[in-house]
Design a protein around this ligand. Structure first.
Ligand SMILES: *[C@@H]1O[C@H](CO)[C@@H](O)[C@H](O)[C@H]1NC(C)=O
Ligand SMILES: *[C@@H]1O[C@H](CO)[C@@H](O)[C@H](O)[C@H]1NC(C)=O
Ligand SMILES: *[C@@H]1O[C@H](CO)[C@@H](O)[C@H](O)[C@H]1NC(C)=O
Ligand SMILES: *[C@@H]1O[C@H](CO)[C@@H](O)[C@H](O)[C@H]1NC(C)=O
Ligand SMILES: *[C@@H]1O[C@H](CO)[C@@H](O)[C@H](O)[C@H]1NC(C)=O
Ligand SMILES: *[C@@H]1O[C@H](CO)[C@@H](O)[C@H](O)[C@H]1NC(C)=O
Ligand SMILES: *[C@@H]1O[C@H](CO)[C@@H](O)[C@H](O)[C@H]1NC(C)=O
Ligand SMILES: *[C@@H]1O[C@H](CO)[C@@H](O)[C@H](O)[C@H]1NC(C)=O
Ligand SMILES: *[C@@H]1O[C@H](CO)[C@@H](O)[C@H](O)[C@H]1NC(C)=O
Length: 397
């Protein structure tokens, strides 16, 4: 079995296993290379794989794509592809079809993006079939109104492995980079599989997606990486029912964003009880002045995984983050937040918590600048009015 035939569910499982056994951390070769080697040796039989998946991807929906195995040798790989697809254009929408096996017009996501007309006012839906797309994808500022429609975030993924070092800086390391407005993604994962940085490593940050356009929405998406997974850079953004994995500053940037019903999973190294080390942070929000209307609001999310981490650190002096109605496990350090070792930021950050639950949400030992928000203080962050969603956010269907 080659890497190209591994399903995304399996890739996620492998990533989790390698991380949990410390294999990724302890070796220097790239993960992609390790996966290729593993793929050609140990992973050739189904029975090994099956029991592993539920352990790693707790609470995920499992889809098994056996069409290449179960129907015998003579079956055409495109046989179960939707007939007459894509449907013809309408006045408001074009659908471009991407399938890496060549069953429709495009075999790469980038080729489909390239074919979208510049400055189209129509929405172009890139329907992306199940599979892992190994490519770095750039959606330029000239291409607004693009939708990436995958088949489930454990079924369709765009995967690359740039790092800060390999790409000229963290900001350019994204496997996918979106510079246009009105971008939508549904049921797809964005992954960076560069080696996980060890303690003290420089230049190993690896972004899964950078979102630098205004009015972007993500529904049922996955974001996988370690340090700096999700670069929520600039603009108003909405995330619903997404799975976001990382270690240090894994949601960072200066966006104004609402995260609803998302799972936030830390994959920082496990920390033994009693050890005082902190080895991760969920957010590093980058608001630079009190006049900027930016911030991250998390509502009805869950926060768990491994390590001992902060909810956020003050990457810029006016960093603004709110957690509301969110369940947190004991991986959250009691002080909760960090001022980036700059006590002057204690006066300017806005870090609030509201009606959170779980042992990580105990505020008794929180840093003094953290706010226990009252109803009125919390209200602006609790629904899509925070991102002016009534002006632009379309319903899921
Ligand atoms: C990405 O993976 C390829 C294939 O294994 C490897 O040659 C390359 O060095 C990796 N890049 C980084 C930055 O790790
Ligand atoms: C779509 O455009 C065509 C040609 O401009 C026009 O005849 C038709 O009425 C339009 N349909 C809708 C639903 O707007
Ligand atoms: C996709 O392929 C169909 C025929 O299979 C063709 O009519 C259509 O123009 C193609 N679309 C694009 C965007 O290339
Ligand atoms: C979009 O604009 C770029 C830059 O001018 C050009 O290279 C490209 O061909 C255009 N794409 C389309 C599909 O028109
Ligand atoms: C397309 O993008 C433009 C510019 O971002 C925006 O004004 C317009 O409302 C969008 N159209 C649709 C159909 O989303
Ligand atoms: C990144 O580049 C710097 C300077 O060349 C080097 O010291 C560092 O080890 C590199 N980091 C990684 C993770 O390769
Ligand atoms: C797509 O995402 C939506 C929103 O999270 C979810 O309700 C739906 O089940 C997902 N569909 C698939 C095929 O994963
Ligand atoms: C909170 O999130 C959970 C899990 O995503 C979901 O099942 C539940 O419906 C959400 N509650 C509200 C009020 O959105
Ligand atoms: C959203 O929150 C704002 C600010 O508290 C409030 O005025 C508005 O009524 C709320 N909207 C909805 C749909 O709940």
């Amino acid at each position: 079995m080659s890497l190209k035939n591994i399903s995304l569910t399996l890739l996620v499982a492998i990533l989790g296993i390698l991380a949990s056994k410390g294999i990724i951390r302890s070796s220097r070769p790239s993960l992609l290379k390790q996966l290729i080697e593993l793929g050609s040796t140990t992973l050739s039989s189904q029975p090994i794989i099956a029991p592993i998946i539920p352990y790693i991807i707790e609470g995920h929906h499992h889809q098994h794509h056996n069409r290449h195995h179960s129907k015998g040798n003579k079956v055409n790989i495109c046989d179960d592809f939707p007939p007459d697809f894509p449907p013809p254009d309408t006045n408001t929408t074009s659908i471009f079809c991407v399938d890496r096996n060549g069953c429709c017009n495009f075999t790469t996501v980038q080729a489909a993006v390239d074919a979208v007309a510049n400055f189209s006012q129509k929405r172009t839906i890139l329907w992306i079939n199940s599979g892992i797309y190994y490519e770095k994808v750039n959606v330029p500022i000239t291409k607004p109104n693009i939708t990436f429609q995958g088949q489930g975030y454990t079924s369709t993924a765009i995967v690359w492995n740039d790092t800060a070092n390999s790409s000229g800086g963290t900001f350019y390391s994204g496997s996918v980079q979106v510079f246009s407005n009105n971008f939508i993604a549904k049921n797809i994962s964005f992954m960076n599989v560069a080696p996980i940085p060890g303690p003290g490593d420089k230049g190993a940050q690896a972004v899964a997606i950078r979102i630098s356009g205004d009015q972007a929405a993500f529904w049922g998406c996955g974001f996988f990486g370690a340090q700096d997974t999700l670069h929520d850079d600039i603009g108003r953004h909405y995330f619903k029912e997404c799975y976001i994995q990382g270690s240090i500053d894994f949601i960072f940037g200066n966006g104004r964003s609402l995260y609803e019903n998302c799972q936030l999973i830390s994959m920082a190294n496990p920390v033994a009880p009693g050890q005082r080390v902190i080895n991760g942070a969920v957010t590093a929000h980058g608001r630079t002045s009190k006049d900027e209307n930016t911030g991250f609001a998390f509502v009805n999310c869950s926060l768990g995984g491994t390590g001992r981490i902060w909810l956020g650190r003050a990457w810029r002096p006016f960093s603004r983050v709110v957690f509301a109605y969110t369940a947190m496990t004991d991986i959250i350090a009691p002080e909760g937040w960090n001022d980036f070792n700059d006590p002057t930021r204690d006066q300017t950050v806005f870090y609030g918590e509201y009606n959170c639950v779980g042992s990580g949400a105990n505020m008794a030992l929180r840093a003094p600048y953290v706010q226990r928000l009252n109803n009125a203080q919390a209200a602006p962050f609790l629904n899509m009015s925070f991102i002016e969603g009534d002006q632009w956010l379309l319903p899921f269907v």
